[in-house]
Design a protein around this ligand. Structure first.
Ligand code: GRG
Length: 337
């Protein structure tokens, strides 16, 4: 039976790692049960049950299995990264005042911002509690990596917000921001699995960097999907980044490339105090098309993806054991949500 959280795009990887997904689902159910008496249990369960792709915990389990260790040993780490990820989404949605997440109302929208803040806070603490279940011989290294990563994610979010007030942001600054905000958690998930499996450091680090490169290409994909996804499958508002003047790769690149009339048009929409949303999204999308921005973003995305593949190739384990990661990476870059 296919997991209801996995769209048909993910069906293939589902079949590849069916037992890991079942392990993960059981872990998430047990986690929901263990936290059911909390005042924020309903909100947390609401969000966790919306699912999402659950890529990060899957990465941790796959990575552990890859090095020949029973993936169940990495389940606490896998759950910790997913709970942490969900925590960050709740807070991110408050900051962005986003109405929708995973095709449903966000927690702050359905309840209220104070409830959403507390739900997120409890989830962050819960993530640490989950990590504490790891074996003592891998606990310290895992905690250190997790904490470093959490601070990097927070730094990434700060940088992202700081871009709102900056007239110019370079592509390099942008890549640094998404590395911190999005990519390091994917790297962390993979490395946690490797740490639990007590894999050789070199390979654990290759996997970490594989995750980071994949994460960058994943975020570039996200930027592209904001503009070019098909509505229903996306689960978010199309053109949300455009309406918020969000400095995504696409906008930064358009700001760099646009000259003359194009630049005037871009400035007009970026400074318009009260634009008709549909008109603004349409005009800026047309400009992106004219300047070849989507193609440039795709190219950049593919470069990071190829770097990630090289790193995975350098991990010396049974080639069969790497197949789930290859499949997952492929499907991430073919997603529409
Ligand atoms: C770390 C203390 C501390 C605070 C967090 C709010 C915040 C500070 C950071 C925001 C981090 C954030 C929301 C990054 C976005 C990452 C991203 C690409 C989310 C979408 O991930 P998917 O596509 O989502 O995996 P699903 O729904 O599939 O889980």
């Amino acid at each position: 039976m296919l997991n209801r959280y996995y769209s048909h795009k993910f069906a293939e990887i589902f079949l590849y790692v069916e037992s890991l997904i079942q392990l993960l689902n059981k872990g998430i159910n047990d986690y929901n049960t263990a936290t059911q008496d909390y005042q924020t249990a309903e909100q947390q369960k609401y969000l966790m049950d919306l699912g999402g792709k659950r890529v990060r915990p899957l990465l941790a389990l796959i990575s552990c299995q890859m090095f020949g260790k029973d993936p169940e040993a990495a389940l606490p780490a896998a759950l910790a990264v997913e709970v942490f990820h969900n925590f960050s989404l709740v807070h991110d949605d408050i900051m962005d005042q986003a109405p929708m997440r995973r095709g449903k109302e966000t927690v702050h929208q359905k309840w209220n911002p104070a409830t959403a803040i507390l739900t997120g806070d409890v989830m962050l603490v819960n993530a640490y509690e989950l990590l504490l279940q790891l074996d003592n011989d891998v606990l310290k290294q895992s905690m250190e990596l997790f904490s470093t990563t959490a601070i990097q994610v927070c730094d990434g979010q700060m940088l992202d917000m700081s871009f709102e007030d900056k007239a110019e942001v370079s592509i390099n600054e942008y890549i640094n921001m998404i590395t911190l905000k999005t990519a390091v958690l994917l790297g962390c998930s993979l490395k946690l699995g490797a740490i639990v499996a007590q894999a050789p450091h070199t390979f654990a680090n290759h996997l970490y960097h594989f995750g980071v490169k994949l994460g960058i290409s994943f975020q570039l994909q996200d930027d592209i999907l904001d503009v070019y996804a098909e509505g229903d499958a996306f689960g978010k508002q199309i053109g949300g980044d455009i309406l918020a003047n969000k400095k995504t790769f696409l906008l930064i690149s358009a700001m760099e490339k646009a000259t003359g009339e194009d630049k005037k048009l871009l400035d007009f929409w970026l400074t318009h105090p009260n634009p008709e949303p549909r008109d603004k999204v349409k005009a800026i999308t047309e400009l992106y098309n004219k300047l070849g921005i989507a193609a440039q973003a795709k190219n950049m995305m593919e470069n990071y993806y190829n770097d990630a593949m090289d790193l995975l190739a350098a991990v010396e384990v049974n080639p069969e054991a790497k197949q789930p990661l290859y499949k997952l990476a492929q499907q991430l870059l073919n997603r529409n949500s």
